[in-house]
Write a protein that binds this ligand. Structure first.
Ligand SMILES: Nc1ncnc2c1ncn2[C@@H]1O[C@H](COP(=O)(O)OP(=O)(O)O)[C@@H](O)[C@H]1O
Ligand SMILES: N[C@@H](CCC(=O)OP(=O)(O)O)C(=O)O
Length: 369
């Protein structure tokens, strides 16, 4: 699974980056960096989702007990995130690898405009050979909008960057038929279908006071990752050299197979879940480019715009007879689209004063109806 994968999201849980919740486990971080450096040599693009900010902040503030008040947790995260980012930066620099800190909230990914911005930033970082290190933006996230656990965040990031695989490392060997801490007879599952509803019944809550989510959020994360075509592996981070061995396709942990066609799953989501905010009418050339050549929609092929929409919102594409032929996430607002329609993409910068993307709707964000 990982041998073939080029773009991989790796999530290391609280239990693996902290000393039982008391500050960071620096030797563990050094080991993650060493293993990821080996993966980089195999030409893989890596996004790392790492917990640990609150535990590190508590230690820096000399707090023995994890606070329950949200504002104190947020303060601890703000202090600790500095340490987390520093530790990764210095460990990766040993391998001449650069890192970038990306802090996200739920709102960032459910808002299409910010979703697209986050995606552009992350893919740009990957192109620049930088390792994005992601955590929840705990300092601004409030109760209702918190991911809470980093499994959910990792799954959303997997969808966001369209990764080939998601690896969730934790303190158990994988998914068992029931919580192995409570049931000594629980059996490890080697391979399952992501999204199988029976799995959610087997998975229980957290294994330690510092963690959030437990196995349940990992099973749901695998289901989410599968929607964009990514397979997931849940394995023990205590297993020696686990990432390197996994990338040689050694069978470790539980494999969650994504048994849905890659684009179909995501495009289904695009078609079904997002409200249409506006309409663009296409000339015949653009209709052919989309329907026959499966290309992106460029401003040159658009003859009119209707509705009020912002960058990242869903827009329906109509042919000259007014039939909806496609819909997708648009890269420019209605006002901006009006200014660039029937123009070559190379003119966007002159017309708007900036350019976000040469396409009006990228084909990855377009579903043909
Ligand atoms: N069916 C299951 N299989 C494996 N682990 C389970 C299961 N149900 C619940 N768990 C618990 O999930 C824990 C891992 O999740 P969690 O504590 O959130 O760790 P992390 O910080 O790595 O996200 C395990 O320690 C285990 O006690
Ligand atoms: N964002 C928090 C971590 C959240 C958390 O504990 O998640 P998880 O590692 O999934 O149990 C932090 O950095 O402290």
């Amino acid at each position: 699974m990982l041998k073939q994968a080029r773009r991989i999201v790796i999530k290391v849980g609280s239990s693996l980056v902290t000393n039982q919740g008391k500050g960071l486990d620096h030797s563990a971080l050094a080991d993650w960096a060493a293993q990821i450096a080996t993966l980089k040599q195999m030409n893989k693009e890596i996004v790392l989702v790492s917990s640990g900010a609150i535990a590190e902040g508590m230690q820096r503030l000399n707090w023995e007990i994890r606070p329950t008040a949200l504002y104190e947790l947020q303060a601890a995260a703000a202090v600790g995130q500095m340490g987390l980012a520093q530790a990764y930066a210095s460990n990766f620099s040993r391998y001449h690898l650069q890192t970038a800190q990306v802090l996200l909230t739920h709102e960032d990914l459910s808002n299409r405009k910010r979703y697209l911005n986050a995606r552009s930033t992350l893919t740009t970082l990957l192109k620049l050979n930088i390792i994005p290190i992601i955590n929840e933006n705990d300092t601004v996230a409030t109760d209702e909008i918190r991911f809470g656990d980093n499994d959910t965040l990792a799954a959303l990031v997997t969808n966001l960057v369209e990764a080939d695989a998601l690896v969730i490392l934790t303190d158990q060997a994988g998914l068992y038929t029931s919580d192995p801490r409570k049931n000594p007879d629980a059996e490890l599952l080697k391979e399952v279908n992501a999204g199988d509803s029976a799995l959610e019944k087997m998975a229980g809550g957290v294994g330690s006071s510092i963690s959030r989510g437990g196995m349940q959020t990992k099973v749901i994360a695998a289901k989410r990752a599968a929607r964009s075509g990514a397979n997931t592996i849940v394995a023990s981070g205590h297993e020696n050299n686990v990432l390197v061995r996994l990338s040689q396709d050694e069978a470790i942990g539980t494999r969650f197979l994504a048994r849905v066609p890659v684009l179909a799953a995501r495009k289904q989501w695009l078609a079904d879940y997002l409200p249409v905010r506006g309409y663009v009418t296409l000339d015949q050339g653009a209709v052919k480019a989309l329907c026959v050549d499966r290309k992106s929609l460029l401003p040159i092929g658009v003859t009119s715009v209707e509705g009020e929409f912002e960058r990242g919102e869903t827009v329906a594409c109509l042919d000259e007879q007014g039939r909806e032929i496609a819909r997708g996430l648009i890269n420019y607002s209605a006002v901006e689209t009006q200014k660039v329609l029937q123009q070559a993409s190379s003119k966007i910068e002159t017309l708007l004063g900036y350019v976000d993307e040469p396409e009006l709707i990228h084909r990855n964000n377009l579903v043909l109806l």
